[in-house]
Design a protein around this ligand. Structure first.
Ligand code: LER
Ligand code: MN
Length: 301
């Protein structure tokens, strides 16, 4: 079994009717979907995926806006867990096998003492994993850089959390975040190998593979060596560039007709709304570079 290629749909606010045919055009196998469980018509999405031969690898829970599993207010924690549960349901309905769970993005300061937060997190994720397990889905705890969250930044922290949550709980590593936070990305991958259910890819500068300093041959060889046969999920997110040297023309999120939550979400990733052409080029480049390295890793070169 070899690694498969997937991509998120959260980096560019656009309908799935635009995203899914694009993925098919560039030879992706799957989508890692983030969708509003209340505003998504499942039969329509299922039809769209089938029509373009794109599978649902898994889902991603967007912890943006008010969503926070370790908020000091128990009502907010409860509503955030309900959101995660519904994302698990939606993902299972589409045939996905994991739900990626990052911390609340843009929350850089804790609200409570460390023991309370850890306890709330473990309790919520145990309930979510129980719910997910009944549906053939695993949670995938994803560490993010310190610039997005203060809580889970490294593989060892994610692993400890997953172990406390229980056997079914997995980990999702993201080489962009790892490149900043891990002392040794190889040993981080090895330590999580038994629980690694998803892997996000972007360059060290969060550009698409091929436009940065990550050694893709070495990375994919390491993933193959630990027996990883899940998805490589593309997640480029170029920084907004308002200087005269820019050729990106990324729109400030606030200049687009988006919700306040989505505006903050994009800004918290130091980005904005990418023009269609750039997004298309980055999607194509990611597939080209990764396909090459997946084939090399598969042949043992
Ligand atoms: C998500 O996969 C991620 O990497 C983050 O930056 C926050 O969503
Ligand atoms: Mn990621």
């Amino acid at each position: 079994m070899t690694m498969r290629l997937s991509m998120h749909n959260w980096m560019r606010p656009e309908p799935l009717e635009v995203t899914v045919p694009r993925l098919a055009r560039y030879g992706y196998d799957a989508i890692e979907i983030s969708a509003d469980p209340h505003g998504t018509d499942l039969p329509t999405v299922r039809r769209l995926l089938a029509e373009h031969d794109i599978s649902c690898a898994g889902g991603l829970a967007l912890f943006m806006g008010g969503r926070d599993l370790v908020h000091e207010d128990s009502f907010i924690r409860q509503a955030s867990l309900a959101y995660l549960m519904e994302t698990i349901d939606l993902t299972a309905e589409l045939g996905g096998t994991f739900v990626t769970v990052p911390c609340t993005v843009g929350k850089l300061v804790p609200m409570a003492d460390a023991a309370s937060e850890w306890g709330w997190y473990v309790t919520a994720l145990r309930r979510a994993q129980d719910h997910a397990g009944d549906r053939g889905v695993r949670l995938a705890i994803e560490p993010l850089t310190r610039y997005e969250t203060y809580l889970i930044n490294r593989a060892d922290q994610a692993l400890r959390l997953a172990e406390e949550v229980g056997d079914g709980c997995g980990v999702c590593l993201d080489i962009f975040h790892m490149n900043i936070e891990e002392a040794d990305w190889r040993s981080a991958i090895r330590s999580c190998a038994d629980r690694l259910v998803n892997f996000h890819v972007a360059e060290n500068n969060r550009l698409p593979p091929g436009s940065g300093a990550i050694d893709w041959a070495a990375l994919l060889a390491e993933l193959a060596a630990v027996g990883y046969d899940g998805h490589l999920s593309v997640e480029f997110m170029p920084a907004i560039d308002r200087t005269p040297v820019s050729d990106r023309q990324i729109a400030d999120a606030a200049d687009e007709p988006l919700s306040q939550g989505m505006i903050k979400w994009l800004r918290d990733h130091a980005s904005g709304v990418l023009p269609e052409r750039l997004y298309e080029d980055y999607t194509a480049q990611s597939a080209r570079i990764l396909r090459h390295h997946i084939a090399q890793a598969g042949s043992g070169n």
